[in-house]
Write a protein of this length. Structure first.
Length: 319
């Protein structure tokens, strides 16, 4: 199933790994509107500004006004980019007894197609900078520029491209809630929105055939080795992503090696029988700003957003 989008990843360095170079643009066809096909490409400036806008709302802690403003904005943005939007609301009980009002937000492209590819990122942010070096900061809420906003930023930019190109395939973009209200040592306390999503079809009969999660995809010096559980449950998606990264000139950030096993939203999908991978920055541990007050715009690298966005774009073109 070829993708409608054209353009070999604007800004790509063109250094495809040997054996993975790719000259084909034959599958590309003109977009449905008057936009020139070559203009449809991942725009890292646009992705960056989508990250900055989220941060400008304030920490997106479930139940907060900033969170509510963000969900309303995400819904509007998906609609603006031509998606059919479905919302899922629930009240979830966190590990500490707090009731979290959950809103999962899904934008669908070509909703009538039965085969669905799900792209997702969490948009809530952690209420506590509990990994901060300074004890006085550990009860403060983080900006979550990387942990949360980066994945959403890349996917909003992807939504913009999908809206312009209208590829002939079923793609859903999910902004999932209540990922980061967890506590160490309790796996069930994380990824609560994704667990709810996996257990309660957001529309009748909804079950994607595969899923790709983006988490912490904007950090300085990021690396995206294969996440262990992704690799063992969905090696074909992981392989296709690494091939796409090589074609787009980003194999250095997507090395063919296996990183740690990470509790994250994708695990809930895997448990529900959906092959899923997690594209997550892992360097023998999470990035240095993880769950600290330094997870802010100063530590977002547009080139990291570009590498992930162009890789995803190249994957969508061929898969
Ligand atoms: C745990 O810390 C158990 N999992 C990390 C998942 C996560 C948190 N992703 C972003 N923030
Ligand atoms: Zn987190």
């Amino acid at each position: 199933m070829g993708l409608v989008m054209l353009g070999n990843c604007g800004g790509a360095t063109g250094q495809a790994a040997s054996g993975e170079s790719d000259t084909a643009d034959s599958a590309a066809i003109a977009p449905t509107d008057s936009t020139a096909a070559e203009d449809i490409r991942f725009d890292a400036d646009s992705a960056y500004s989508y990250v900055a806008t989220q941060v400008s709302f304030g920490p997106r802690v479930p139940g907060s006004e900033s969170h509510a403003k963000t969900s309303a904005w995400l819904e509007r943005e998906l609609r603006r980019h031509g998606a059919e939007v479905t919302l899922q609301h629930a009240k979830l009980k966190a590990f500490d007894g707090t009731e979290l009002p959950m809103t999962n937000i899904m934008g669908s492209y070509k909703p009538d197609k039965s085969d669905r590819l799900l792209l997702l990122a969490h948009y809530d942010t952690r209420p506590w900078a509990d990994q901060d070096a300074t004890a006085a900061n550990r009860k403060k809420a983080i900006d979550g520029a990387n942990d949360g906003a980066s994945g959403v930023g890349v996917l909003l930019e992807t939504a913009r491209m999908l809206g312009a190109a209208q590829p002939d395939k079923g793609i859903d973009i999910l902004f999932v809630d209540c990922e980061d209200y967890g506590t160490e040592g309790d796996d069930e306390s994380w990824a609560m929105g994704a667990r709810y999503f996996a257990a309660h079809p957001i529309k009748p009969g909804y079950k994607p055939s595969r899923a790709i999660l983006l988490d912490m995809v904007g950090g300085i010096g990021a690396e995206f080795p294969a996440e262990y559980l992704s690799r063992s449950n969905a090696p074909e998606i992981d392989d296709a992503i690494r091939s796409a990264a090589a074609r787009a000139g980003h194999s250095a950030k997507f090395p063919r090696k296996i990183g740690g096993a990470i509790t994250d939203d994708h695990v809930e999908l895997i448990k529900a029988g959906i092959p899923a991978i997690d594209i997550i920055d892992y360097r023998g541990g999470f990035c240095p700003t993880w769950h600290t007050m330094d997870d802010n715009m100063d530590n977002i690298d547009k080139e990291t957003l570009r590498a992930v966005g162009e890789t995803l774009f190249e994957y969508l073109r061929k898969n």
